[in-house]
Design a binder for this molecule. Structure first.
Ligand code: SF4
Length: 262
């Protein structure tokens, strides 16, 4: 079944009465503790792929799943573009920034969102934005936040929120650097395998995301996929289940917590 998407608009009214709008989004794969696969609840804040990913690599840029989403879900992608412009405006003004942090937290708490993902699309594009992310997390200590990032230079800042699970997005272009950061901060590596390559020294607790061409989800017997057959038992346990086998109520973030624990 196709992934379903969800959107919710919030308004932030500033002390000077200026109004900004933002969009939260969600989908069946990532809805986690709040919605279901068929009825996802918005639980993410997203930006634009590549343009908002200052450390995008040639590998991730070439196969980013958001390129397909941009065509198939133009409305959702339009909201990412809106967020991308608006967040930059509010980051320029300390009062606007703080009011937006409070409004994000207010909405998350009011809707009893238990697990919130930063960026179905996009990444941490500046130090100021990293601080914004950290502030929102710190203002909602009972909520679990998770993020995937190639912006390794902001990982130290992101580590300031104990309830934010940081995942390093790696591929063959930035793996060496990811391993350094993993060793320094103990944060997980999420490895995008483009052509079936898996680093021999991928640390325990890592997650493997197979590129579309490697997945078994469209085969009658997914485990017959050549990619799957070449994996060791240890590596098989690292693979993102919905990405390889296909999404469902059981195969999604929430029931699976590989990327959501420290
Ligand atoms: S491995 Fe699990 S937690 Fe991570 S993205 Fe896949 S389903 Fe979600």
């Amino acid at each position: 079944m196709a992934t379903k998407f969800a959107l919710h608009k919030i308004k932030v009214i500033m002390p000077d009465d200026t109004v900004f709008t933002f969009w939260f989004d969600g989908n069946g794969k990532i809805t986690a503790g709040n919605g279901t696969f068929d009825s996802p609840v918005p639980n993410a804040f997203s930006l634009v792929q590549v343009k908002d990913c200052p450390s995008a690599t040639p590998t991730c840029t070439s196969v980013c799943y958001v390129h397909n989403l941009e065509k198939a879900e133009a409305e959702v992608h339009g909201k990412y573009a809106h967020n991308s412009v608006t967040i930059r405006k509010i980051l320029q003004n300390a009062i606007y920034r703080q009011a937006t942090e409070f409004e994000f937290v207010h909405w998350i708490k009011k809707n009893n969102i238990r697990e919130f993902r930063w960026h179905v699309s996009g990444d941490v594009f500046s130090k100021e934005y990293a601080k914004f992310v950290v502030s929102v997390c710190n203002l909602a200590p009972d909520v679990l936040f998770w993020i995937y990032t190639r912006s390794f230079n902001f990982v130290e800042t992101l580590q300031e929120a104990p309830n934010l699970v940081v995942n390093l997005s790696a591929d063959r272009d930035n793996y060496k650097k990811a391993l350094e950061i993993n060793r320094k901060y103990g944060v997980r590596i999420c490895y995008l395998s483009l052509e079936g390559e898996i680093p021999k020294d991928l640390p325990k607790g890592s997650v493997i995301f197979p590129n579309y061409t490697l997945r078994g989800r469209d085969l009658p017997v997914p485990t017959e996929a050549p990619f799957w057959k070449q994996l060791t038992l240890k590596q098989k346990k690292m693979v993102c289940p919905p990405d390889f086998f296909g999404q469902s109520e059981k195969l999604r973030c929430g029931p699976c917590r590989k990327c959501m624990v420290h």
